[in-house]
Design a protein around this ligand. Structure first.
Ligand SMILES: Nc1ncnc2c1ncn2[C@@H]1O[C@H](COP(=O)(O)OP(=O)(O)OP(=O)(O)O)[C@@H](O)[C@H]1O
Length: 461
């Protein structure tokens, strides 16, 4: 069985499962796919380190080890081949998370680690370096095992390991992913294996081409995405149980909900724990307005009225559904406006290309749904239009999403403008809930005068 494929697992159970639980499974599966696609997208668009002023919190560390944090790669006493690889990748100094994580990962005796920091902060580069450092190239068997939630994510991570190990050709890497069929008799000589949990499990247990007892470093990447698929969670735990007690366990995640913690604690015994502190977002520097309309068409007219004012800077327009986003971008285009549309139907590559163009300022306006927008750094966007207000599945205000769309980190304090479009009692209700939650007053814009009003407020910003 293609063990990474949820779809297959669901198909097989169809005859024995009732329709409700089948629906739940399909829903969970599509959520997991969304998470994995988002994660891949983040990787593809973060061509450089995400600039973060956040501090790393060391939540737990082995009291017996004198661990320290480093400010330079030299302090880590890396092999020359690896230091050359690091500099060749354009890294001058360790990122915030790497400052603390690298000494823990390279320590003797090996230290287990659970690390959380947002996407693009240098986690992959950190554990790639740790695996390459621990390998003994004279030994022609697998010593480091890394699992990622999907085929594409495994390939992305593999690329980083290959790049970093460019000047260390004695170390070889194999991909345990679907399509890479190996015979039972094969004895894998590659020292590092990266793959998806199902195939890695097959290689360790069924085919026995990896001897799990010889693994000295086990990395579980993207734990939050991994646990979105129950099958992957179980497979990861089964792999971990085959490894020797002295094997170093490293787990990385971009987010840390309770479910991720629970999973992390099962997979990583006696961990050091580090976390990048989240910077507080604030709405203080954002001028917020609302426009009262009767329906979608009136909202469109109101949007056209303010269009001149909003395109002074870069703007993002949020819709609740893909359908509305598609309709809106088509209507704006008909009016002669140049807009980009970011939609869930697109492939990850197409989405990454659109985000890149928007980043470069090739388009000033981006129409999108919430799901697609996570990879965009809102700091660069100074106008946000909520064509539809963010709401949760029960129809209440989704305050967190509102904050995420328009919030700015206090430290940067850049000013911005947000316009909320109201077309029903329900959306007015949501607006009131948002005002109450954030303790603020959102001013009303006169639909006919709104363009002028906004222009005034953007020049006084
Ligand atoms: N010390 C560094 N100096 C400069 N650039 C770095 C450094 N470490 C990593 N990078 C670069 O920053 C980008 C993000 O790094 P990386 O992919 O390791 O982050 P990540 O936290 O693993 O992100 P994700 O969760 O999306 O995988 C990459 O382009 C990487 O090459």
């Amino acid at each position: 069985m293609a063990t990474d494929s949820w779809a297959l697992a669901v198909d097989k159970q169809e005859s024995t499962t009732d329709s409700v639980s089948l629906f739940r499974k399909c829903f969970a599966s599509s959520l997991a796919k969304d998470k994995a696609a988002q994660s891949l997208l983040n990787k593809m668009i973060h061509t450089s380190l995400v600039n973060t002023t956040n501090q790393v919190e060391v939540l737990q560390r082995d009291p017996n080890s004198p661990l320290y944090s480093v400010k330079t790669f030299e302090e880590l006493r890396l092999k020359d081949e690896l230091l050359r690889g690091v500099y060749d990748m354009g890294f001058n100094r360790p990122s915030k998370i790497q400052e603390n994580a690298l000494p823990m990962m390279l320590a003797e005796p090996p230290q287990n680690l659970i690390a959380q920091s947002q996407s693009g902060t240098g986690k992959t580069a950190a554990f790639a370096l740790a695996m390459l450092s621990h390998v003994d190239p004279a030994n022609k068997w697998t010593q480091c095992l890394c699992i990622a939630p999907t085929y594409e994510l495994a390939l992305q991570t593999g690329k980083v390991i290959e790049q970093m190990g460019k000047f260390y050709p004695e170390v070889k890497l194999a991909y345990a992913i679907r399509g890479n069929k190996l015979d039972r008799e094969t004895k894998l000589q590659e020292q590092i294996v990266i793959g998806t949990p199902g195939t890695v499990l097959d290689w360790c247990s069924k085919l026995k081409i990896i001897d799990p007892k010889k693994i000295s470093v086990f990395v579980l990447d993207e734990a939050d995405v991994m646990i979105a698929t129950q099958g992957h969670q179980d497979q990861s735990i089964r792999i971990q149980r085959m490894l020797p007690n002295e094997c170093q366990m490293l787990l990385f995640s971009a987010t840390f909900e309770d479910s991720v913690w629970k999973f992390a604690e099962r997979v990583v015994p006696d961990p050091n724990i580090i976390k990048l502190k989240r910077e507080e977002e604030t709405l203080d520097t954002i001028k917020q307005y609302y426009v009262l309309c009767n329906d979608k068409d009136e909202k469109f007219t109101a949007l056209c009225n303010i269009y001149g004012a909003i395109t002074i800077a870069q703007a993002m327009i949020f819709c609740h559904t893909r359908r509305t986003a598609g309709w809106l971008s088509a209507e704006l285009t008909k009016e002669g406006h140049v807009v980009a549309l970011l939609s869930g139907e697109m492939t990850v590559e197409q989405r990454a290309a659109i985000i890149e163009r928007f980043r470069e300022g090739k388009e000033k306006v981006l129409v999108t749904t919430n799901v697609c927008s996570r990879g965009i750094d809102v700091e660069q966007v100074s106008v946000v239009i909520n064509f539809d207000l963010p709401m949760d599945k029960d129809g209440n205000a989704d305050n967190e999403t509102y904050l995420h769309r328009i919030g700015r980190t206090g430290r940067f304090g850049k000013r911005g403008l947000a316009v909320n479009m109201i077309d029903s009692k329900q959306s007015m209700n949501i607006l009131n809930q948002i005002e109450e939650h954030f303790i603020l007053l959102i001013s009303k814009l006169d639909p006919t005068e709104s363009g002028k009003q906004l222009l005034c407020s953007s020049t006084t910003r």
